[in-house]
Design a protein around this ligand. Structure first.
Ligand SMILES: Nc1nc2c(ncn2[C@@H]2O[C@H](COP(=O)(O)OP(=O)(O)OP(=O)(O)O)[C@@H](O)[C@H]2O)c(=O)[nH]1
Ligand SMILES: [Mg+2]
Length: 213
């Protein structure tokens, strides 16, 4: 499946959205993204330095989407760096680890506040994701608590596992579907595509064949 590199040309998709992954270090943000992008089994990841991003083309609700997913570092020393990546995001995924209570409480104490401070899109769609449900025996946050926090902050909610792939694709698809229901966000996503088409035009019109020997 088309996953990397944005060189594919804008005719390959109808809309383009920017999605941001945030949450404490080691909750599995990079793992979720890798699982979503590739078909390989969960690899060992190192903590993200600063930020990374990956591109995925997929079809949702009959539309061809280009998702640029920004994977931020959860470690506190990168916090000031991370703030600039909120700009222009249409969707934000707030991730916690269902086996580590602190990562859940930090969503209210730290991450939701960051979203309010730095998000430039008023209508931006948020999603709360509880990861690592494969280690059910170590669960420290119940599904009900997750749902209730999501309601409190007006977020969508899903529990998933980057290890078993359970619900991973759904996270991104449900978020994209919701973004597509918001007219202003949908328009933004389409504008980006139009702008790219214009940008690429001169290149397409360049005469072929060299002129110098
Ligand atoms: N059992 C299990 N382990 C997971 C899952 N997702 C991630 N992990 C493990 O958790 C550890 C941290 O995962 P990362 O994806 O690096 O975490 P992160 O949120 O990107 O961390 P930072 O980049 O520091 O913010 C790794 O050892 C992963 O293999 C999961 O669903 N189940
Ligand atoms: Mg990471």
């Amino acid at each position: 499946m088309g996953s990397s590199s944005g060189q594919g040309g804008s005719s390959n998709y109808d809309v383009s959205f920017k999605i941001l992954l945030i949450g404490d270090s080691a909750v599995g943000k990079s793992s979720l993204l890798l699982t979503f992008i590739s078909n390989s089994l969960l690899q060992d990841t190192s903590p993200t330095i600063g930020v990374d991003f990956k591109i995925k083309l997929l079809t949702v609700g009959g539309k061809k989407l280009k998702l640029t997913v920004w994977d931020t570092a959860g470690q506190e020393r990168f916090r000031t760096l991370t703030s600039s990546y909120y700009r222009g995001a249409q969707g934000i995924i707030l991730v916690y680890d269902v086996t580590k209570r602190e990562t859940f409480t930090n969503l209210s104490d730290v991450w939701a506040k960051e979203v309010d401070l730095f998000s430039t899109n008023q209508n931006c769609v948020k999603m709360l994701v509880g990861n690592k449900v494969d280690i059910e025996s170590e669960r420290a946050v119940s599904r009900e608590e997750g749902i209730s926090l999501a309601n409190e902050h007006g977020c969508l909610f899903l529990e998933c596992s980057a290890k078993t792939r359970e619900n991973v694709e759904q996270c991104f698809k449900e978020l994209a579907l919701k973004i597509m229901e918001v007219p202003s966000l949908m328009e933004e996503g389409s504008t980006i595509v139009k702008r790219n088409v214009l940008k690429q035009k001169p290149e397409y019109q360049r005469p072929s064949g060299g002129c110098c020997s």
